[in-house]
Structure formats: structure tokens, C-alpha cells
Write a protein that binds this ligand. Sequence first.
Ligand code: SF4
Length: 406
Amino acid sequence: MHGETNPHNARTLIQAHGDRYIWINPPALPLTTKEMDGVYGLPYSRLPHPGYNNANIPAFEMIQHSVNIMRGCFGGCTFCSITEHEGRIIQSRSEDSILQEIEAIRDTSPNFTGHISDLGGPTANMYRLACKDPAIEAACRKLSCVYPGICPNLNTDHSHLIALYRKARALPGIKKIFIASGLRYDLAVTSPEYVKELVTHHVGGYLKIAPEHTETGPLSKMMKPGIGTYDRFKAMFEQYSKEAGKEQYLIPYFIAAHPGTSDEDMLNLALWLKRNGFRADQVQAFLPSPMAIATAMYHSGKNSLQKVNAKAPDIFIPKSVKQRRLHKAFLRYHDPKNWPLLREALKAMGRADLIGNGKHQLIPSFQPSSTSGSTGNTSKTQPFKTKFTGFDKAKPGKTKVKRAYR
Ligand code: SF4
């Protein structure tokens, strides 16, 4: 099904189930910019359905001042099915259409304070990016334009997006425009001018990005770039933040228990987190969702990015409750509640050397009495002096950030 997502060459799929059949039509052709403008230019009320009777709707609070600039994604991350929902070919609105929507928010929303919470889409920085050649694009059957590396045929010109940001924030009555959609940082590093624009004007102290893992085993099953690209983006982010005189932080997201992730992979990720001073508050563990390639891996135990037959090797799938709990515990290695489980696992993995109070060690050898149960209070525990409620560069005693970890 994922091989049939290019509407220019996709074939109908038919699969027998007993005496009945599942029939999957090829996806719809992408909308032109004019058609996109038509869809987004309809007279929406921009209000919750009256049936909600003025109830407080958290999702509405989040999106009421957010503007969608495009649809689709050519990333191909295996745990995501956005390509199946919105297509792999990017469909972008015109600048005028987007600017008009910002003005409509400014002029009609009673809660508007001058802040646009997002100018984005499935990925923040794929606006008007496409294959250089329409004929090649129509024939292409690849799952991703950016994995295992950026395709030489992909136009990565961010100038349209930069121009859009500049025009949007120049509108009267607009104080700040944030970019809250996830950023594809391997694309962003191809345009230092874009990163500078983003970091200087559109980051509200924290920028979310999603390396998802540090190890090549799980990354290759996710179809995500290596952590080396993250380091390149981080260096640019820090340089431009410094030049702008701003103290800003990256918030990297990681997935625990993704198909193809071993205990050792999670241990290496935990050590990376500790080395880089990150502490996750809430963490996400992989859940098989409809239409995602990783879901096929989860259920089959095979790497469905390669040829799958009876002889195809099995890949490790962390499925049991205990295994999933352990993988999540590695992401929250700093939480004393997880230390008993981690100690047991480290010993079983032959890595008891990582238990202790040394800088290079992951978790202490002792269990503070106040945290052997479920309090989670780390205030008397070395080296953690502050109970962190967010995900940030660790600054004990200084920073307390309330931020969800997807
Ligand atoms: S040729 Fe490359 S850039 Fe063009 S559609 Fe295929 S993968 Fe994407």
C-alpha cells in the first residue's frame, strides 16, 4: 500500500479475504495551489460546533490561532501514516491566501492577542518543496524523498517559506508568529538562512524537533536520519540564538519500544540523554497505529522495508508490558521510581558498571527511601536537586518548564 502512494503511478490494490475482497483505489491527485486556496478560503466560522455549548475544548485553544500553510509529507517516517492521509506530494497554499487567513484571525477572533501559534502543517518546512522535475516525480515510486539521504532531485529551496514568514510578521497587529509544527531538521540544515530566520524570529524559547532515536538499528526501521544531522542543526540553532541574543533550547523527542529497538539501543539513548543533560518528563512509547509501516513490522515481526518472505529474518519487537516499561524507563533514567527496574536490567545486560554515582554512570546504586515507592520526589537526591516538570537542558534550581512530551 505504501508503494502505491504516488497518484501519478499508483495501481489499484485488491486483496482476497475469504470470499470477499478489499479494494483500495489509488490516492487522489494533489490539489493545485488555486484549489488549495479555494478549500482554505471557504467561510469557516473558526469556532467549535455550537453543540459543545461553550465547553472548554483544549484542542481548540491550541489551534484557534494556528494556520495551516500546506498539506502532505514526503518524509516517509514508518511510524506515521500522514502520507496515506494527505499524500506524499506537497500541496501548498498561496502567500495571499495564508496572509488573508492571518488577517481574518486578527480581525475576528475575540481572544486574539497578536500571537499566531503556528504557521505550519504536517512538517513545518516543506512549504512549496517538490521534486525538481514533474516527469520524474510522476514516475517515482520511492517511499521518501529524504531517506536514506535527501534525494538529489528534491528542490530544498526554503526561500518561499522565508518570504512568507517575513510578510506574515510584517502584517499590522501581528506581534509574534511561532512555528510549532515539527521541523524536518535534515532539510533545514540545507538552508542556513532559513534556520537563522526561524531561530531569530519564530522560536518561543523552545523548539521541538524529533530525532526519535540515536541508534541506527531503530532509526533504520523508522526511516529517520542519523543523529549526526541533529548535531549539525543544534550547532546552527545555538549559533543563531547567540547572535540574536536569545536563550533558547531545543526539545528533542524520542520514541521508546519502536520495532527494531533493542534494550542496548535504549541504554545507548539514555546515556546520550545523560551526556547531553536532557531529562524527559512524559515519554512516548510506540503504539501500532493504522496504516503505518511500523505497524506491519510490529505485527509480522519482520522488517517490511525489505523483502518479506518466510526466510526473512525476524526483527526484535519490544511488545511485552515489561519490555515496554523498561524502554520507557531508559528514557526517564533520572526518575528514582525507575531505578530498581533499570538496575535489574543493567545487571542482566552485563552493564552493572553503569550503576553508581560517577559522572559516567547512569543511575545511583542506592534507592532514596522517599522514592522507593511512588512519590517521585528527587529533591534530596544527588545529583538531581530539582523536580523537573518538563524536558529541558538540565539546569537544577533554575529552570522549571511545563511542556508536554509527545
Ligand atoms: S525522484 Fe527524489 S525528489 Fe523526486 S519524487 Fe522521487 S524521491 Fe522525491
